[in-house]
Design a protein around this ligand. Structure first.
Ligand SMILES: [Zn+2]
Length: 286
């Protein structure tokens, strides 16, 4: 076992404990979440399911509109995949449509930006244009995006663009308010060891731990009664959860972060005091 993997193993109990503590302090929004329409933005096909499957299912079951926008083409695993680039893009789109169907979202309510997987930080203008158009078409009450300190460059880019757009909308007279909610994906692999914004040494990170655990209060959506269906939707992403091109992109240990009693949503902007770079993060490099 190398030093890095030893550190990862040692960190797991602290990560589990901190998450449990954080969830205990959260606000249960299960009842309210169902009645609001939403645009769910996924940097990659599967993020919407990992972070928000039950949230989406509860909304759809209550008759609330949900649109899913997948920003990238999902073709990053091209080098190891047994398919050509266009085949892989088509396959991942098909998986996303299947998943959306299982979530109760109609095929016409899933759209694909087709931007290069892994390259969203370099294409912020195009990401902004995509989100702007979807928001204008949809006029959702809520906008769900990855958390600002998620640590994946594509996720962080989408999150920042969404925050800017919502802030801009708030300054325009006559525009109905859009509630920005942030869902963690990769954050679970480094939380609560996430660096403060701007980076920091180990001592500063340790000193900042109490603040990270005490703020903010997350919103919680109960997965009770929906967990088996969420498992089924996750399983629809065969290229991600089954061996594909020799490796499994999303390990069972990683998937376990999303199959607990709650889905966790953060009030928009509430994690902006934390950094968004991977740094020496404790999780997967995917
Ligand atoms: Zn992603």
């Amino acid at each position: 076992m190398g030093l890095a993997s030893a550190a990862r193993r040692a960190a797991v109990p602290a990560q589990r404990g901190s998450r449990a503590l954080w969830e205990r302090r959260g606000t249960d929004r299960t009842a309210q979440i169902a009645s609001t329409s939403a645009l769910v933005v996924a940097p990659h096909a599967d993020d919407e399911t990992l972070g928000c499957a039950v949230t989406i299912m509860r909304k759809r079951a209550a008759g609330s509109r949900v649109r899913v926008l997948v920003v990238s083409d999902g073709a990053y695993s091209l080098d190891t995949a047994p398919h050509t680039h266009p085949e892989l893009v088509a396959l991942r789109e098909q998986e996303a449509r299947t998943a959306a169907g299982l979530l109760g979202v109609a095929a016409e309510d899933v759209s694909f930006g087709g931007l290069p997987d892994g390259g969203l930080a370099q294409r912020r203008d195009e990401v902004r244009a995509l989100l702007e158009r979807a928001l204008a078409e949809e006029r959702p009450e809520q906008l769900l995006v990855p958390v600002s300190c998620d640590g994946h460059p594509d996720h962080d880019a989408v999150s920042r663009v969404a925050a800017e757009l919502v802030a801009d909308l708030a300054t325009q007279p006559g525009e109905p308010p859009v509630e920005l909610l942030e869902y963690p994906v990769w954050m679970w692999t480094h939380w609560p060891f996430t660096s403060p914004a701007g980076g920091a040494g180990p001592a500063q990170r340790a000193l900042g731990l109490p603040r990270r655990l005490s703020s903010p209060r997350p919103y919680l959506v109960s997965t009770a009664g929906h967990l088996e269906q969420k498992r089924a939707v996750v399983a629809a992403y065969k290229t991600q959860v089954e061996p594909y091109g020799g490796e499994v992109a999303l390990s069972p240990a990683f998937l376990a972060h999303f199959l607990g009693p709650w889905e966790v949503l953060l009030p928009g902007g509430s994690m902006s005091h934390l950094g968004s770079h991977l740094g020496d993060h404790l999780g997967s490099s995917a």
